[in-house]
Design a protein. Structure first.
Length: 179
């Protein structure tokens, strides 16, 4: 009879990888600086890739105006330098990470709060508007707290990485067990 789902060896690999990811989640909780270091490295790599893409586009794409190409080249160089600095200089990379986290939370809060006002016109139920408003206010409070207390941002980012790894590990183990 043909086997349904994944083969046994793949399921075992999923379970083993899930256990490894759970161990990594525990490791991130015990050593939070590793999670911040990983996020800082990923931010630096992303900025370097974006900078290179802008430089290449500014140098190669002839459809853009000369002024636009110059702006892309300058912006690409600035972003490339910021990416390298985020990797090389720990303090700068961590500060950039915290700033992006705080700005992201602030924008999310503004979006949730404005959605609760928009939802009135869209005819959405009051409980959904209330939940959106409450979520926006909570995110706004956390964003302000993160701006005032950068250590809180480090703790929250570490917690987010740990929870993401924990959920991924559980999902891999369950997926491997169920097949």
């Amino acid at each position: 009879m043909a086997e349904r789902g994944y083969p046994l060896w793949l399921r075992i690999v999923q379970i083993v990888v899930g256990i490894i990811v759970l161990i990594l989640a525990a490791y991130v909780i015990v050593y939070p600086h590793l999670a911040i270091g990983l996020l800082r490295l990923l931010l630096g790599i992303a900025l370097i890739i974006l900078g290179i893409a802008l430089i290449v586009r500014g140098a190669a794409v002839k459809a853009t105006s000369t002024g636009g190409r110059i702006v892309e080249l300058i912006l690409g160089i600035i972003i490339l330098v910021l990416g390298v600095a985020a990797i090389v200089y720990v303090g700068f990379g961590t500060a950039a990470l915290i700033t992006l986290f705080a700005v992201g939370l602030l924008l999310f809060a503004i979006g949730r709060i404005s959605f609760s006002g928009y939802a009135v016109g869209a005819g959405l139920p009051p409980w959904l508007r209330g939940a959106s408003l409450a979520l926006g206010i909570i995110a706004l409070i956390i964003a302000i707290a993160v701006i005032v207390f950068p250590g809180l941002a480090v703790a929250l980012l570490t917690l987010l990485v740990a929870v993401a790894l924990l959920l991924l590990g559980i999902e891999l183990i369950v997926s491997g067990a169920v097949g």
